[in-house]
Each structure stands twice: as C-alpha cells, then as structure tokens.
Design a protein around this ligand. Sequence first.
Ligand code: SF4
Length: 251
Amino acid sequence: MNETFKDIQEYFNWYKTVYGDSLRFDGDLSLPERTIASEKVNPVKIAQPEPVAEPVKKLRFDENLIHQNNLQLKKFYHEINNCEKCALGKTRQNFVFGMGNPTADLMFIGEAPGQEEDLKGLPFVGRAGQLLDKMLFAMKLKRDEVYIANILKCRPPNNRDPLPDEVSKCEPYLKKQIEMIGPKVIVALGRISAQVLLKKSDPLSALRRDTHYYEKIPFIVTYHPAALLRNPRWKSNAWDDLQKLKSFFSF
Ligand code: SF4
C-alpha cells in the first residue's frame, strides 16, 4: 500500500476511534475487534459543556486497580496514603495514588486529581479519562496495561494549578513510583506535568516539539485530554505526538 495513503488511513482510523467523529473517507474506518468497557459508551461530544458533577459520597475502589497486587507498589501505597505533608491532605476526599500495570512499559503522568478523581480515588476517571481510554484504545492498549499517575496525589481546591510547595512535597512519591514501575517511555499529559518533571518553564508548544529524557527514560509531551476536549483544533497536533511516541514504543 502506498505509504502516504496508509498514513492517511491510520490518521482517520485514529481520529474516529478517539473522537468518535465521522469524517468523509472511502477507506476502511472499521474499529478493531477488541473492545474495552469504556468503549461501549457513546462517543465523546466535544462541543458539550462540562456537566456539573453530582455530589457523591466517598467511594471505595478495588485497591487491586492501583497496584495489581505488586508487593512493592502495594507496600508503598500503604506507607503514603494517609499523607498530610501539605495542606491538600486536609481538603481531599480521597488520596489518588495512580492505577495500572506495575511493570508497564508506558506511563502517563498528569498534574493532579480533579473532582471526579478526588471522589473516586482513581486517576483520569471523568470525561478527560474517557478520552484517554479512547487514545489508549487507538494504540491497542487498555488502562490496566499502562500506568497512569499524577504529580500530586490530592486534588487542589477548584482545580487550581499545583503550588510549588505542594509539588516539592509530593513529587518524590511519583519519582519513587517511576523507579518501581520502570517504564520504557513516559508521556506527560499537559504543560504542568512536563514543566515539573523536566524542570523547565517552556510553553507546551516548545515542550511538545522536542523529545526529552527523564532519568534516561524517553519522555514525550502531549496535551492533557481535558485540553483536547476544550480545544478540538489541537486534535491533529495530538496525532503528531502519537507518531513521535510510535518511534519509541511500538503499538
Ligand atoms: S498532595 Fe502529596 S504531599 Fe500533599 S498531602 Fe497529598 S500526598 Fe501528601
């Protein structure tokens, strides 16, 4: 098959899988046969306003989701899950450790839990998380095959940006998780996680352009899924980031 045509077909298939939008294309747009639970829900409607979440009581999650019974990660979770080293420990509903495969080759890192994550104790479980699941699905992956975490383990009030003091107190936890998991590639979701981990203040556009290394691990920067929901015009840039990821991680 002509390489250009193949590239275009891959792009359209990815676009439909991730965004659920219909584009005119005469090639094969069928989805892979593999399904995941979250794929059965309706496609993300990007133009819809953010729904106001109902107040929900604290939920208990299946702890296995966060460490898959990996003894090292499990022990670490129990060591730190009552942390109150910064003020967020007093305002959180739930500590959000992370979730996924404790020996994942691919690790995604966001900035901090949002409202849904705070209520459920798991990362990326709101609308942005659904989009992340679709992005993973387009890579023929499920969230229990990768590891997903945040710089902060507790939600900043009103989803404000993390403060330097919070980052300095919480980042060592993430650093230890990365050492335990040993990913082959790290993907930073959004400007803040990239700036914090790379110790750079460059804008997202510059951070996305370059390939970085974190403790010798290839480190790629892309948009936070919530930003993609707000700004559909960045979809094709997200595709470019995926192509860069492909050069380090085959899927
Ligand atoms: S954000 Fe991090 S440092 Fe602050 S209380 Fe939560 S776990 Fe501890």
